[in-house]
Design a protein around this ligand. Structure first.
Ligand code: IPE
Ligand code: IPE
Ligand code: MG
Length: 237
């Protein structure tokens, strides 16, 4: 049987803190292990010919965490941007960061801009990093931009349709999500992509993010391939 492979997979990478806690280590140690799992996951995505991978690394609500944890996460992000761009190019990966970047310091913003620019023409895999991202933030930003275009006279209210509105979201460069994976046992969306997941298949696993591996990735893809996607229609078997 031919396995149906999702084109766009979005992952809520949850469970770093609990993984570390179980080992008697700090939450920051868990995030470092989580980064290793990210690198492996990108490799699996490439091997499985996934077109788009969106990873939730930091939610707008994660700003409420202790400052020491936030600083460590931002440091890890900066480290990844500084060190991984050459590998992204080697594997033909385009990197895009989605989220409210105004929160980040100048150096981080510079490396985000640099990574996006350097990898812009790569077309093997689109890797979206959702950083300081919120599904509600994305929609509100879209509304602000669309209102501004209406005020400027570039768009009329009658022209606003779902497809047009999609173009005002941070995901306007990609296809909708086929499969959402959440590790760490919780069965919720936690303000990740909202508009973009209206017809996604949802896969939840208790595995903590640093333990996510090729066989877990395969399980999720196998789950996806058994789903009948009806999009509201009546589909004959
Ligand atoms: C997910 O792991 C990573 C981020 C939210 C940054 P957590 O840090 O939420 O880990 P748990 O859920 O506390 O185990
Ligand atoms: C969701 O995990 C955010 C990321 C994985 C980046 P959280 O740990 O923040 O979610 P809640 O608080 O359990 O809903
Ligand atoms: Mg969590």
């Amino acid at each position: 049987m031919k396995i149906k492979v999702p084109r766009h997979i979005a992952i809520i990478m949850d469970g770093n803190g609990r993984w570390a806690q179980k080992k008697g280590k700090t939450r920051i140690f868990g995030h470092q292990a989580g980064f290793k799992a990210v690198k492996k996951t990108v490799k699996f995505a490439l091997q499985n010919k996934i077109k788009i991978l969106t990873l939730y690394t930091f939610s707008t609500e994660n700003q409420k965490r202790p400052q020491i944890e936030i600083i460590a996460l931002l440091k890890l992000f900066l480290f990844a941007l500084k060190n991984e761009v050459k590998h992204l190019n080697k594997y033909n990966i385009r990197l895009k960061v989605i989220g409210d970047l105004t929160y980040f310091h100048e150096e981080l913003k510079f490396y985000i801009y640099n990574a996006e620019k350097t990898t812009l023409k790569n077309n093997g895999l689109v890797l979206n990093i959702a950083a300081n991202y919120g599904g509600k933030w994305d929609i509100v930003e879209g509304v602000k931009k669309i209102v501004s275009d209406v005020q400027k006279g570039c768009l009329s209210i009658e022209q606003i349709k779902e497809e047009i509105f999609s173009q005002y979201l941070s995901t306007n460069h990609i296809l909708p999500v086929d499969l959402v994976i959440r590790t760490g046992g919780e069965k919720r969306i936690s303000n990740f992509l909202l508009w973009q997941i209206v017809y996604s298949e949802l896969y939840f696993t208790d595995v903590l993010w640093p333990d996510f591996n090729a066989s877990e990735f395969k399980n999720a893809i196998n789950f996806f391939s058994t789903r009948q996607r009806r999009f509201g229609e009546v589909v004959k078997n």
